[in-house]
Design a protein around this ligand. Structure first.
Ligand SMILES: Cc1cc2nc3c(=O)[nH]c(=O)nc-3n(C[C@H](O)[C@H](O)[C@H](O)COP(=O)(O)OP(=O)(O)OC[C@H]3O[C@@H](n4cnc5c(N)ncnc54)[C@H](O)[C@@H]3O)c2cc1C
Length: 284
């Protein structure tokens, strides 16, 4: 924080993006401030505090669910639309954030802009096939959620551009979905494993399954082999066992080297099995 000289409070997205791109001062966007307050670099001269931008709505538009980037975890937890969509998984996941203080301040935009292994929304929003609207100097563009973590993503989120909305496609509303986190206590940010899943059941068959693991790397890991086993299938005990094997095989190929990886993989695969069993038993 040594060089911090200016703090701005833009009222519009355009103004905020202009300030971030101001060549005179190295700037950074601040939303809830829960993460940046601990990690601001010494080169930053200007805080662009985006909390007054009109990005706090949660609404349905054209059938899609739109979540403003400045919605705090607590607002998502309490929101009636978030409780209705995809088995209420957005509210459930938001409620798993470590403490009420953090849930009051931390925003969904900040949570996904700088992915951390233990952040809740990167894996969940990937599993919900979300898209992200990004505002930059030349306008706005909508990207698939997974693209924002690619090395060739064209914007530096928070430095020259801001996420304005998260868009969850209409078909997800009726999907079966779940987010699970296994940690020492409910109040831990760190977890051994976290997983997010979604699928549609059409005439008893699984369609569009999406299987993501968080906590093992900052970028959520998609397990396409496991998705392939259940896709277009009627769930049965045999298919579920096969999908679990594919899930573990998928993780084995990645040769992840975090501590206790064997245990973490086992926990994650059990979460996957439980999700599929809940769908089979009609509990989700
Ligand atoms: C004690 C503690 C406990 C925590 N527990 C959890 C937990 O259990 N689960 C969890 O998921 N996270 C947890 N976090 C992490 C953190 O709170 C989240 O990542 C939070 O969502 C960040 O949001 P923010 O609004 O506070 O971001 P800020 O701190 O304001 O910003 C973080 C970064 O994101 C950028 N940014 C913010 N908003 C945008 C935007 N709209 N567009 C582009 N860039 C943006 C900023 O420039 C900055 O680089 C915890 C943090 C702390 C300090």
């Amino acid at each position: 924080m040594k060089n911090l000289k200016y703090c701005c409070f833009p009222k519009t997205v355009e103004e905020a993006v202009k300030l971030l791109n101001d060549k005179k001062h190295k700037s950074i966007a601040v939303a809830g401030g829960t993460l940046i307050a601990k990690s601001i670099g010494d080169l930053i001269e200007q805080y662009v505090d985006i909390r007054y931008l009109p990005l706090k709505d949660i609404k349905v538009s054209g059938g899609d669910l739109i979540i403003g980037a400045l919605c705090a975890f607590d607002e998502i937890d309490d929101n009636p639309l978030a409780k209705k969509w995809a088995s209420g998984v957005l509210s459930k996941a938001a409620s798993k954030c470590s403490s009420q203080l953090v849930r009051n301040m931390a925003t969904i935009g900040g949570n996904i802009a700088k992915p951390h292994s233990f952040n809740i929304f990167p894996a969940l929003l990937c599993a919900l096939n979300a898209k992200v609207k990004v505002a930059f100097l030349k306008g706005t563009e909508i990207y698939p959620m997974e693209d924002i973590y690619n090395t060739d993503f064209p914007h530096k989120l928070g430095s020259n551009s801001i996420i304005t909305e998260i868009i969850i496609p209409a078909y997800i509303k009726k999907c079966a979905a779940n987010y699970e986190k296994f940690a020492k206590t409910q109040a831990c940010w760190e977890s051994y494993a976290s997983c997010a899943f979604s699928l549609s059941l059409i005439k008893g068959k699984v369609e569009k399954p999406r299987v993501f693991v968080g906590s093992l790397s900052p970028k959520p890991i998609r397990l396409e082999a496991a998705e392939g086993i259940v896709s277009n299938q009627k769930l049965s005990s045999e298919i579920i066992e096969e999908a679990m094997e594919a899930f573990i095989g998928n993780l084995d190929i990645l040769k992840l080297s975090t501590v206790n990886i064997g245990f973490k993989k086992e926990v994650a695969s059990i979460m996957f099995k439980r999700f599929l069993l809940s769908v089979l038993e009609g509990k989700i």
